[in-house]
Write a protein that binds this ligand. Structure first.
Ligand code: GAR
Length: 203
């Protein structure tokens, strides 16, 4: 049985496939003292993902998740190995930050109620890829981002925190994604701090 060391702050593992700006926002919140946490391990399924370079610049432990020739699948045995790496690094909370593969058992089983994702829409609207583009194409007046618990579905787990942004006349997909990301960078650390406080109250 693992002991959750909430008194010392959250021990985070980050999984990402892209630029890692959300991981950077988490690091910035830790540095400025608004989030009591540390990042123990950063893993990516893309060996050339910028998130790994960012993490290395900050002296963080990094690793590549090797899914072989599978472009989007996250095979069970690779999920098992990923869970073992995270546990061996002392990770207590797994944060998906632009990680583009579906999480299933056995990773879910290794971190029950401890895997969190950020998604660039007001879930349950626009799950899946390029949610900002889906919002633009649908012609909605506002969209946003959601921090939620991860379950076996695609962006279906219970919501922890949401924030809204307007869709403005003349928006391109890129402009809208930038506006959503500015909010993500505040929302993700805030959601983690909220979870940390909840945990401390329960202990
Ligand atoms: C973020 O906008 C995140 O919400 C999105 O990928 C981007 C990653 O950016 N995630 C998803 O779409 C997951 N379904 P980052 O690598 O700069 O943090």
């Amino acid at each position: 049985m693992r002991t959750i060391q909430s008194g010392k702050g959250m021990v985070l593992g980050i999984l990402g496939s892209g630029s890692g700006s959300n991981m950077q926002a988490i690091l910035d919140a830790i540095a400025e003292g608004s989030l009591r946490a540390r990042i123990a391990l950063v893993l990516s399924d893309r060996k050339d993902a910028f998130i790994l370079q960012r993490a290395e610049r900050h002296g963080l432990a990094t690793g590549v998740i090797d899914c072989g020739s599978w472009a989007t699948k996250f095979p069970d045995e690779v999920q098992q190995a990923t869970a073992e790496r995270l546990l061996a690094a002392g990770v207590e909370w797994v944060c998906l930050a632009g990680f583009m593969r579906m999480i299933k058992q056995p990773l879910l089983a290794a971190f029950p109620n401890r895997i969190i994702n950020i998604h660039p829409s007001l879930l349950p609207a626009f799950p899946g890829v390029a949610a900002w583009k889906q919002a633009l194409d649908a012609g909605v007046g506002e969209t946003g981002c959601t921090v939620h618990w991860v379950d076996e579905g695609m962006d279906t787990g219970p919501v922890i925190l949401q924030g809204k942004v307007p869709v403005l006349a003349g928006d391109t997909a890129e402009l809208l994604h930038q506006r959503i990301q500015q909010l993500e960078h505040r929302l993700y650390p805030a959601a983690l701090q909220l979870l940390s406080q909840r945990e401390n109250h329960q202990n």
